[in-house]
Design a binder for this molecule. Structure first.
Ligand code: GAR
Length: 182
């Protein structure tokens, strides 16, 4: 069975959605934020956690903790993944982003979309490469923007879609990794 590590900085709702489907596979949660909800949720589920705040050799320090891990899922992880971590997991790091990439990469994409008066947005699961939200797309789902949407209501609806497509994308990637034997 594949072993998955989840990295996150925030509340951990995507982690929770992944956990509902991959409770046996998720074996480690790493955060860079001491008070992050994702750490609380992991502890409540009995999953080992680690805190790796910024600082020198962050990627190397994280990599050291990932012995035996097959797949990394970024779930609201607000840092760039760099070498040596990046090259140790080629096509083995996934990210969920709250827009239809390549549109609106970067932070608070739902606010960028509203400021732009766009009519539709969504979310994307993609492989992580060295760029900011630039890796190959695995799955996307559209989300309509409503007339009265605020940043909060729009982000909440995007997250509902995220919680659908992230587990689905992980299932697809695991199937590829095991040659379709899942
Ligand atoms: C999610 O909406 C995710 O798409 C976003 O952070 C949120 C984390 O929520 N990620 C990014 O913006 C990355 N560029 P969560 O902690 O509840 O899963």
């Amino acid at each position: 069975m594949a072993k998955i590590a989840v990295l996150g900085s925030g509340t951990g709702s995507n982690f929770q959605a992944l956990l509902e489907e991959f409770a046996d596979e998720i074996v480690l949660v790493i955060s860079d934020q001491p008070g992050a909800g994702i750490l609380e949720k992991a502890k409540a589920a009995g999953i080992p956690t680690a805190l790796e705040e910024g600082g020198p050799r962050l990627s190397a320090r994280i990599l050291k903790r990932l012995d035996g891990i097959d797949l990394i899922c970024l779930a609201g992880y607000m840092r760039l993944v760099k070498d040596p971590l990046l090259s140790a997991f080629p096509k083995r790091i996934l990210n969920i982003h709250p827009s239809l990439l390549p549109m609106y990469p970067g932070k608070a994409a739902w606010e960028q979309v509203l400021a732009d008066k766009a009519e539709v947005t969504g979310c994307t699961v993609h492989y992580v490469d060295a760029g900011i939200d630039t890796g190959e797309v695995i799955l996307q789902e559209k989300v309509a923007i409503l007339m009265n949407d605020t940043a909060k209501t729009l982000h909440a609806r995007i997250q509902i879609a995220e919680h659908r497509i992230y587990p689905e994308a992980v299932r697809l990637v695991l199937k590829k990794m095991t040659g379709g034997a899942l």
